[in-house]
Design a protein around this ligand. Structure first.
Ligand code: BDR
Ligand code: CA
Length: 317
């Protein structure tokens, strides 16, 4: 099987680091570029984190481009040290990267890669959608050049995580998310409904720490802080699997068991609904009949072995 080209856009925090590692461990895809955006940390720090992680895996051949520093409306709200540490990667120290970010905006890297692989390139995003929206503005033909887009973001039936209704990646740039979800491309949305439904536990973290391999060991170390944060969600030290699950679905390592194709719009008003992904799930008792024009597959369930599939692949690095 020929590996499929994939571009990854992220705000390199702890779970983005797991997603990056998962991609590097995936023979199904060829990671042809990474772009960064402000979210868990600012876009420049996210690029430094990405370069350091790639170097740890011996993959500093992969281009990394810094993207948007601020969302479309307003300015970046700042990092979330209680979740991802002051540096985005749980305050662990990695060797300084030898490579630098490439001298182009992440939006231009997306466009360049899409033109280089017409109809083949897959996009995976695990941060705010600012870079993708910018790429759409710079190249309106982008949807016809791209094979598929997988987005970690949103909440369908589930409540949000930065407001009662908004998930962080959508809520931190709702205008960009609205543009990306409205564009005519094949979208798979991986919302909180499914990423919160599976957890990594202390035993999994220990497997990473005991791996004897640099990148899985670093992941095990940075998960220490992340597990502490999730005490407030689950009442025990563990973590949700937001970004690595989106990576696994993008490459086919995890296959959704329930994922209807439905209309999704983003609330961009300034009221309490700002950042909500409004998914039309009214067909749930009729096995989700087709909705003409809908182009967003919303992942609502994956199998019970989801978390162990993720860990097993990370341990192959
Ligand atoms: C998403 O927000 C970020 O904090 C995580 O990295 C993940 O992409 C979860 O809502
Ligand atoms: Ca993220």
């Amino acid at each position: 099987m020929t590996p499929q080209p994939l571009y990854y856009d992220c705000d390199t925090g702890i779970d983005d680091s797991m997603a990056l590692a998962y991609l590097l461990a995936s023979p199904e895809i060829d990671l042809v570029g990474v772009g960064t955006v402000s979210g868990n940390t600012d876009s420049a720090q996210a690029a430094r984190n990405t370069l350091a992680l790639l170097q740890l895996a011996g993959r500093d051949d992969i281009p990394v481009a810094v993207g948007a520093a601020d969302p479309q409306a307003g300015t970046y709200a700042g990092p979330v040290p209680h979740i991802h540490g002051h540096n985005g990667i749980g305050d662990i120290t990695l060797p300084d990267p030898v490579q630098s970010a490439v001298a182009e905006h992440a939006a231009d890297l997306i466009i360049r890669l899409a033109r280089a692989h017409p109809g083949q390139l897959r996009l995976l995003t695990t941060g705010p959608l600012t870079n993708l929206a910018e790429a759409l503005r710079r190249e309106p033909e982008l949807p016809s050049l791209v094979k598929a887009v997988t987005i970690m973001g949103g909440a369908a039936h589930q409540s949000g995580n930065i407001s009662p209704v908004a998930e962080a990646n959508i809520g931190n740039d709702p205008e960009a998310a609205a543009e990306v979800l409205a564009a005519r491309w094949d979208i798979t949305l991986v919302p909180l409904d499914v990423t919160l439904a599976h957890t990594l536990e202390e035993d999994d973290r220990q497997l990473l720490l005991d791996s004897g391999r640099p990148l899985p060991t670093a992941l095990g170390s940075m998960l220490d802080l992340y597990f502490e944060f999730y005490l407030s969600t689950y009442g025990r030290r563990c973590c949700a699997i937001h970004d690595p699950l989106a990576a696994a679905i993008a490459v086919g390592g995890v296959v959704p068991t329930l994922a209807p194709v439905v209309d999704v719009v983003v609330d961009t008003t300034d009221g309490p609904g700002r950042g909500q992904t409004i998914c039309d799930l009214r067909g749930q008792y009729l096995n989700y009949p087709p909705q003409p024009g809908a182009h967003c597959r919303v992942v609502l369930q994956t199998g019970p072995d989801t978390a162990s599939c993720l860990i097993q692949r990370l341990l192959t690095l």
